[in-house]
Design a protein around this ligand. Structure first.
Ligand code: WTA
Length: 651
C-alpha cells in the first residue's frame, strides 16, 4: 500500500475547549451520549431511531450482522419523504421555510415545508405516470436548483432509487452509471448558471443517449436557463408541462427499513466507479442524529447552510435528508463563490443570518488566498457552528476559518466520513469536544473507529490504517451488482473490519489525525478521483502509449492531478498535443478529472517487478511549480526521474 499523501502536523499543540456559554445551550453538552453508546451501542442507536424518526411500523430487531452484510431496524417500516415532509406539515409546521434558495444570477425562491410536500407529491405522480415503480432506478443530472431535492424526495416517496450524477461529469460517465444501474429515466435541466453563464446539461445527456444507456426510456427536462435544447419527440418531456396537471395527492407508502434509497457512484482503485448502496431506516437515523448533534441544530431558530453540491454525498446527507428530517430551514445556492464577486458566500450568509456553515478545506484555502477584505464587508456574527468536510484541513486553514469566519469563538467541526459511511463518523461534538486544529478528534457516539498496523493489530498511539470495527446504521449495504467487489474492497484487508482506505495517526491524547488515502485514489478539492480512471482516459487518446497519474501537492486543492505520458511511435511532443490529451480526459470523465499538468516523458520509471514508481513521480512533481499546462519533455524532469530511478527509489 502506498504511503499517505500528507504528513501529520506533529507540532500542532493548540487546543480549543468549548465555550461554557455554548456548552450551556448545546444539544449535547456533556459525555452522556458517549457513555450511553459505550454501554450498549445497539440500544443507543435504537433509541435514536425511535426518537428522531417516525415509523409506520416499529422495528423488532435493531441489528442483524452477517459480515459484511448488515441489516438495521428489521421489521421496521417508514417512508423517508414522509419523515422529511409530511410529519412536519402534520405537526403544524407547514409554513416553516424548508429552503431559501438563491440562483447564481440573484433570483430567489423561498419554499415552505407544505409547498415542498406538494411539489414532491406532484412529481411522484409524474414518475408514476412515466411507469416508474418501487425498486426501479432513476438517474438525476441537474444543477443546484430546487427541482433536484424535489426529484430525490419524489423517488424516495415511491421507493424508486435515485442515482445522482454530479453535473460536472461527462456523457461517458452518464452512460457508465445509467448502464450499471439500468436506469429507466434521466431527470435533468437544460442548463444551470455557473460563473455568469449557462452551463449546458441536456446536450450532454443527448450525447450519452446516442452512445449507450439503452435502458433509459424517458428524459425529464427542467427549463432553468431558456437555452432551448433539442427535445426528442416521445422521449424528452418538459418538467413544467408534466407538472402542470399533476395531482398533489400521493400518499406515502411505508417502506421496509432496508429498502434501497439511493445509489451514489464513487471512484475506487479501478477504472470502474462503484455504485454505493444506501437504504432507508439506518441511513436516515444516522444522518438525522449527526446533523442534530454535530451542528448543534436548533430547528426553530437556525438557518443552516451546507455549501456543497448535491451531486456528492455531502449534499445528499446534509443538504437534503438530514436537514429535512430534522425540520430545519436551509440555504441552498446554485452557483460559484466568486460570482459576481468573491464575497458571494459571505453576502448570502449575512443576508439570511446563517447560523451553521458547512464547507470544504479547499474552499477555505481559496478564501484565504482571496483575502479577508471580502469577509469584512459582511456581518457574520450569527454563525455559531462551522463545519468542514472532504479532505484533511491544515492547521493554517483551520485557524483562518476560526479567526476570520468564526470570530475566534465559533466551534469548528472537522467531519471525517465517506460516501460509503453515509453520515459523519469522526468529528468533534461542538458542546463536548476540545478541538485541535487539523484533527477530526474522535468517533461520534455509536461508531467504533480503530487504527491497525499492517498485520491488523490495533494501534493505540502512532500511525496506522483507519478501520471501523463495528457496523453502524448508515453504512453502505453493498456495491450495486457486485457483492464480491464489496467484500474484497472493504472487508478483506483486515478481517472483521471495514477498511476505509485512509491512513491516520493517534496522538498521545487519543486524538485522530487523518492523513489522506493510502490507495490509488486522489482527493482533489475534496473530490475523490481514481488514478486508474484518469490513466485509462489518458491511454484512450490515440497518441498516448502509456500513462501514470499521481496526486501532486497543491496548496489550494489539496492534491492536483499530474499525468505523465509516453507518446506512441510517430507522434511528436508539442504543447498542442499535450493540451489535447488533457482535454481528452475532460471529455471522457468530466472537467474535475482533467489533469492540471500533463508531462510528456520518453520513459516511465519502474521497479524491477515492473511497477511504476509513483512516489518518485509525485516527488518530482512536488519539486517544481507546475501550472495548468503541458510540460513537454522538460530535460530537468527527465533527468531527475532518471537519476532518482537509478538510485533505486521504491525498489
Ligand atoms: C477524505 C466525502 C480528512 C477521506 C464526505 C475519505 C477526509 C474521503 C475528511 C471520502 C476529513 C473526508 N478529514 N479526510 N474531515 N472527510 N475525507 O466519499 O480520504 O467523497 O476517505 O466523502 O475523503 O470522500 P467522499
Amino acid at each position: 500500500m502506498a504511503e499517505p499523501a500528507i504528513e501529520v502536523y506533529e507540532d500542532e499543540q493548540r487546543t480549543f475547549p468549548p465555550d461554557p456559554a455554548f456548552v450551556a445551550q448545546a444539544n449535547s453538552g456533556d459525555r452522556s451520549l458517549f457513555d450511553e453508546a459505550a454501554a450498549d451501542r445497539e440500544a443507543f442507536w435504537a433509541r435514536q431511531a425511535r426518537e428522531l424518526i417516525t415509523w409506520d411500523t416499529d422495528f423488532h430487531t435493531t441489528l442483524e450482522w452477517n459480515l459484511p452484510d448488515a441489516k438495521w431496524f428489521l421489521g421496521g417500516e417508514l417512508n423517508v419523504a414522509a419523515n422529511c415532509l409530511d410529519r412536519h406539515v402534520a405537526a403544524g409546521k407547514g409554513d416553516k421555510v424548508a429552503y431559501h434558495w438563491e440562483g447564481e444570477p440573484g433570483d430567489q425562491i423561498t419554499i415552505t415545508y407544505a409547498e415542498l410536500l406538494d411539489e414532491v407529491c406532484k412529481f411522484a405522480n409524474v414518475l408514476k405516470d412515466l411507469g416508474l415503480e418501487k425498486g426501479d432506478r432513476v438517474a438525476i443530472y441537474m444543477p443546484m436548483i430546487l427541482e433536484l431535492p424535489i426529484a430525490m424526495l419524489a423517488c424516495a416517496r415511491l421507493g424508486v432509487a435515485h442515482s445522482v450524477i454530479f453535473g460536472g461529469f461527462s456523457a461517458d460517465a452518464i452512460v457508465d452509471r445509467c448502464e450499471d444501474a439500468e436506469a429507466k429515466l434521466i431527470i435533468t435541466a437544460d442548463a444551470g448558471y455557473r460563473r455568469g453563464a449557462a452551463a449546458r446539461l441536456k446536450p450532454t445527456v443527448d450525447t450519452a443517449l446516442t452512445t449507450g444507456a439503452a435502458s433509459v426510456e424517458n428524459v425529464v427536462v427542467v427549463n432553468r436557463c431558456d437555452t432551448a435544447p433539442e427535445m426528442t419527440e416521445g422521449r424528452d418531456h418538459w418538467w413544467h408541462e408534466l407538472m402542470a396537471d399533476a395531482s398533489t395527492d400521493c400518499p406515502a407508502e411505508p417502506m421496509d427499513a432496508e429498502q434501497l434509497l439511493y445509489l451514489l457512484y464513487t471512484s475506487g482503485t479501478t477504472a470502474k466507479p462503484k455504485g454505493i448502496m444506501h437504504t432507508t431506516g439506518g441511513y436516515l437515523t444516522q444522518v438525522a442524529f449527526s446533523h442534530k448533534y454535530v451542528f448543534d441544530l436548533k430547528p426553530e431558530t437556525d438557518i443552516y447552510w451546507c455549501a456543497a453540491d448535491i451531486g456528492w454525498v455531502t449534499g445528499h446527507s446534509y443538504i437534503v435528508y438530514g436537514p429535512l428530517a430534522n425540520g430545519c430551514t436551509s440555504v441552498m445556492y446554485e452557483g460559484t463563490p466568486d460570482t459576481p464577486d468573491k464575497d458571494r458566500l459571505w453576502d448570502i450568509a449575512a443576508r439570511y443570518g446563517v447560523t451553521q456553515l458547512y464547507t470544504a478545506p479547499t474552499a477555505i484555502r481559496m478564501f484565504m488566498k482571496w483575502g479577508t477584505e471580502y469577509v469584512e464587508r459582511h456581518d457574520l456574527s450569527k454563525l455559531r457552528v462551522l463545519g468542514t468536510v472532504g479532505e484533511p484541513i491544515n492547521p493554517e486553514a483551520w485557524m483562518w476559518y476560526h479567526t476570520h469566519i468564526g470570530g475566534e469563538s465559533t466551534p469548528i467541526v472537522d467531519t471525517w466520513w465517506q460516501t460509503e459511511t453515509g453520515g459523519h463518523m469522526i468529528t468533534p461534538l461542538p458542546g463536548v469536544t476540545t478541538t485541535k486544529p487539523g484533527s477530526a478528534t474522535h468517533a461520534i457516539p455509536g461508531v467504533v473507529a480503530e487504527l491497525v498496523d499492517d498485520e491488523g493489530n490495533t494501534v493505540t498511539e502512532g500511525g496506522g490504517y483507519l478501520t471501523i470495527a463495528e457496523p453502524w446504521p448508515s453504512m453502505l449495504r453493498g456495491i450495486w451488482g457486485n457483492p464480491e467487489r464489496f467484500r474484497e474492497t472493504y472487508w478483506s484487508r483486515f478481517p472483521g473490519r471495514y477498511f476505509a482506505g485512509d491512513g491516520a495517526k493517534l496522538d498521545s491524547d487519543g486524538y485522530l489525525w487523518l492523513l489522506g488515502r493510502v490507495d490509488d485514489v486522489m482527493n482533489v478539492s475534496g473530490h475523490r478521483i481514481s488514478t486508474t480512471e484518469v490513466e485509462s482516459a489518458l491511454v484512450d487518446h490515440p497518441a498516448v502509449a502509456e500513462a501514470a497519474v499521481v496526486g501532486g501537492t497543491d496548496d489550494v486543492t489539496g492534491q492536483a492531478i499530474i499525468g505523465y505520458v509516453i507518446l506512441r511511435g510517430t507522434h511528436e511532443a508539442s504543447d498542442e498535443l499535450g493540451n489535447e490529451i488533457r482535454e481528452h480526459v475532460g471529455v471522457k470523465l468530466g472537467k474535475i478529472a482533467r489533469p492540471k499538468t500533463v508531462i510528456i516523458v520518453p520513459d516511465l520509471p519502474k521497479t524491477r517487478s515492473g511497477k511504476i514508481m509513483r512516489r518518485l513521480l509525485r516527488d518530482v512533481a512536488d519539486g517544481r511549480s507546475l501550472g495548468d499546462t503541458t510540460t513537454l519533455a522538460d530535460p530537468g524532469v527527465v533527468a531527475e526521474i532518471q537519476s532518482r530511478a537509478a538510485e533505486g527509489d521504491e525498489d
